[in-house]
Design a protein around this ligand. Structure first.
Ligand code: NDP
Length: 501
């Protein structure tokens, strides 16, 4: 034996032969008592955990957020407390709809999830590379995602399902416009922006609250693939963005983002011209300019992909003192959905895994037991509260943190479409594109819609036209549709609701 470590079983017993199984004679059948063969294969059979139902394919890295400007008049959160302060971060980037082995260059939003290991606990900003989303009510999330996944019969991606849903859900138009623009196929995870998309709140020392949206602007510059380039790269190297991130960090070319925030005084929300908590809308920069407060840097690749990236569990519910939620309906649904999916995918003790546990403080609570508890499980300490034996206790100082704003109204299922303008902001985006960009957008849309039934095409083109007449005309022309045909057809916008009779 050399100075290399001895191979052992899971229980630590030495392994004498890792090349040959135990058989009856050289050509004979194997013996059930070959415990090494059985342990090795049984372990292998259990290597896979369920992939994420969305955002399955991803890459991640460690780094930090450094504060470069004083925002303490808006938030008392410890991570923002002084200029120059650094908080350790872990980021995971991903595509949304594809499986764990799918191509990085797919036309899809990209996840942009940040975990900040603050001294007051972990703060997760679980955003995307788009400032908005396709829907504004979490009740529609499973429906929407099914249209992006595989058809129940053919197991193929199904453009009809996508366009059927989108054309019946006009609130998706703004995000559809981003998705089919150049930014739908980013060149890498480093060459795109990140957005919290949702509004959150910041709370200062005086208890004043402000609505905020985060923007992380790439310092590498925005770079995108054309549709043709994305197809080619996806064919040659489906993992190109994963590789790009790993290699850039490996050679010391650390990706950086300007960390910015839009801040809306609380009272503005009441009569702002759009619902500021509607995830399909941006806050125009002209109304709420970006305020830069820091730099986000990635400077360390994980040593083990499964341990740190596959087991990473981000949840918008992870906030810290000085940060609060907002009434955004999608955010509210995600507060439930994320921890729930982690409990299913990783198990009840997912928060104790090294990448998910706090790094700058300790979690102190009465959670005990459950599958795979390996962190000491509280040892002999008391496991109920109140108790007389020194267990952790609540701190009333934090009682009103996340929730102390006035809410009233009748509990009701309010129509989220009523009175909503789904077209102006999509049109604004179309109008800020150069002619070349508009042409590529229209060409990408026509390519995706070309196999879809005429009725669905017409319904969707009417949405494009409402955003901007040139937008609708362009897509119609690219699909070989006469504009008169659109005008003649019945105009049905909303999803069919309910049964009659
Ligand atoms: P501004 O002119 O101040 O901002 C336009 C923004 O659009 C910039 O942030 C720019 O990003 C971004 N942009 C440019 N091309 C694309 C694209 N193909 N896909 C997505 N974003 C793009 O205008 P407003 O704030 O008034 O917004 C006008 C429209 O711009 C909105 O309706 C929205 O669609 C889009 N937008 C707005 C954002 C916001 O938070 N206000 C954020 C992102 C987009 P960059 O600076 O990196 O070039």
């Amino acid at each position: 034996m050399t100075d290399r470590k001895r191979l052992t079983s899971s229980a630590g017993a030495p392994v004498g032969d890792n090349q040959n199984s135990l058989s009856v004679g050289p050509r004979g059948p194997l013996l059930l008592e070959d415990i090494h063969l059985i342990e090795k294969n049984a372990q292998f059979n259990r290597e896979r955990i369920p992939e994420r139902v969305v955002h399955a394919k991803g890459a991640g890295a460690y780094g930090y957020l450094e504060i470069t400007a004083d925002v303490t008049k808006y938030t008392k959160a410890a991570l923002f407390s002084e200029i120059g302060k650094r908080t350790e971060a872990f980021l995971r980037f991903s595509t949304v709809a594809g499986e764990k082995g799918s191509t990085d260059s797919a036309r899809d939003p990209r996840g942009f999830a940040i975990k900040l290991y603050t001294e007051d606990g972990n703060y997760d900003i679980v955003g995307n590379n788009t400032p908005i989303f396709f829907i504004r009510d979490g009740l529609k999330f499973p429906d929407f995602i099914r249209t992006q996944k595989r058809d129940p019969q053919t197991n193929l991606k199904n453009p009809t399902a996508m366009w059927d849903f989108w054309s019946l859900s006009p609130e998706s138009l703004h995000q559809v416009t981003i998705l089919f623009s150049d930014r739908g196929t980013p060149r890498s995870f480093r060459h795109m922006n990140g957005y919290s998309s949702h509004a959150f709140s910041w709370i200062n020392m005086e208890g004043e609250r402000f609505w905020v949206k985060y923007h992380f602007k790439t310092k590498q510059g925005i770079q995108n693939f054309t549709r043709e380039e994305a197809l080619e790269v996806g064919g040659k190297d489906p993992d190109h963005a994963t590789r790009d991130l790993y290699e850039a960090i490996g050679r010391g070319d650390f990706p950086r983002w300007r960390a910015c925030v839009q801040i809306m005084p609380m009272e503005d929300a009441d009569d702002y011209h759009v619902n500021p908590f509607d995830l399909t809308k941006v806050w125009p920069h002209g109304d709420y300019p970006l305020i830069e407060f820091g730099e986000l840097v990635l400077d360390r690749n994980p040593d083990n992909y499964f341990q740190d990236v596959e087991q990473a569990a981000f949840e918008p519910s992870n906030i810290v003192p000085g940060i609060g939620f907002s009434p955004d309906k999608m955010l509210q649904a995600r507060l439930f959905a994320y921890p729930d999916t982690h409990r299913y995918r990783l198990g009840a003790n997912y928060a104790t895994l090294p990448v998910n546990s706090p790094h700058a403080t300790e979690s102190q609570n009465y959670h005990r037991d459950g599958a795979m508890r390996f962190d000491g499980n509280g040892g002999p300490s008391v496991n109920y509260e109140p108790n007389s034996f020194g267990g952790p206790v609540e701190d009333a100082k934090f009682k009103h943190e996340a929730y102390n704003f006035e809410i009233d109204g009748i509990a009701e299922r309010y129509d989220h479409r009523e009175g909503n303008d789904d077209f102006t902001q999509a049109g604004n985006l179309f109008r800020l594109m150069t002619e070349d960009q508009q042409e590529r957008l229209i060409d990408n849309l026509a390519d995706s819609m070309k196999t879809v039934a005429r009725e669905i095409q017409l319904r969707q083109i009417r949405h494009f036209s409402r955003a901007d007449a040139h937008y609708g005309e362009g897509v119609a022309r690219a699909l070989g549709i006469n504009l008169a045909e659109i005008a003649e057809t019945e105009d049905v916008d909303a999803a069919p609701t309910g049964v009659s009779g």
